[in-house]
Design a protein around this ligand. Sequence first.
Ligand code: NAP
Ligand code: MG
Length: 401
Amino acid sequence: MDKIPMKTPLVEMDGDEMTRVLWALIKEKLIEPYVELKTEYFDLGLPERDRTCDRVTVEAAEATAKYGVAVKCATITPNAQRVEEYNLKEMWKSPNGTIRRILGGTVFRSPITADGIKCIVPGWKKPIAIARHAYGDVYGAVESGVEKGGKAYLSVCGADGKERERILVHDFKESGGVAQGMHNTDRSIEAFAECCFSYALTEGLDVWFGAKDTISKVYDRRFRDIFAQVYGRYAAAFEKKGITYMYSLIDDVVARVMRSGGGMLWVCKNYDGDVMSDMVATAFGSLGMMSSVLVSPDGKYEFEAAHGTVTRHYYRRLKGEKTSTNPVATIWAWTGALKKRGELDGIGELSAFAARLERATLDTIEGGYMTGDLVPLFGKEGVVPVSLTSEEFLDKIAEKL
Ligand code: NAP
Ligand code: MG
């Protein structure tokens, strides 16, 4: 068989620990035998980030802006213990944070579902993708304690520096307490809406957005209005694709999601997304089955697994043990990137290969072969699940492929 050719290179960002091990195996066993793989390789492993004073992360992000599609391995975000473990020059920032600051955009997370892997919410037959607005609100807020008898005000100045409005937040005459000031910007909300509608259109998903504009008549109302405005530009395309946009109150959206069969993009304000993405991920089972993609407002894509470097398994591996670490989300990072590259470069074969690799992976699981994390979640009549090491599992997928 001839290998499938590529035109534009993928930006490849290697990473750390157990996921770095899986990374090499996935390439060797599942991709390189079939694809004439072309990548711009950046080693985001912690030793190389330290050696380059984190320049390599910035270069990888810039390459993504240039080429448009990246695939990223999980990476260590250093803390004090890691500074010691790796003898680092500095406590380097989170690579994901750095990349997001350079590219901008929204992170979409969606569970990977396989027949037989039970969802805790029995009605959720299709995956629920979550978009979290990763800017502002309580994450960028200022706060203060206020003593009894004190007062808190919200003071707003115009462009001329003169105070336009001074609103009493609370008169603390009965008791001391706390006050908080938070913000968001039209530009960030608009870019978020843009990313969400364009992602939904590519993926063919209905969009559900919830906020609390009955209570927050200016703040949350602004989100609702901007979304409606941006949707105006997408309405015709949505209709053509047969998908819809719905805005409702956040509590109503929560109730509807619980009753639904899944299969939508749930758009969340920052705090809601933080909380709800953990709920949805847990309901769908293993962290090893959650994929993630960063989409920038100008249409650049960075695909990765939602989990970290699986340190506990890596330390066991260093002791010579074979681990059963789930490679599925990392495979999905590769297939997502290859599909997108194929789509952008008009190489149908490449996209079809990626879809086939996903199918082979799901068939392997559905046939009863999986990593240990999935075994307790598996229930299919007539199939007894077998727990494999990562290598054995990848070999099984390769066989299917
Ligand atoms: P983690 O790597 O996601 O692992 C937490 C636990 O979840 C594991 O110990 C394992 O549980 C389970 N798990 C996660 N992925 C799995 C998989 N593919 N297969 C099987 N089990 C899986 O989170 P962490 O231990 O908190 O973080 C480790 C490192 O990753 C940290 O240095 C952190 O900075 C980094 N991190 C990176 C990213 C990223 O690059 N996007 C995201 C998060 C964290 P059991 O041990 O019980 O089997
Ligand atoms: Mg959270």
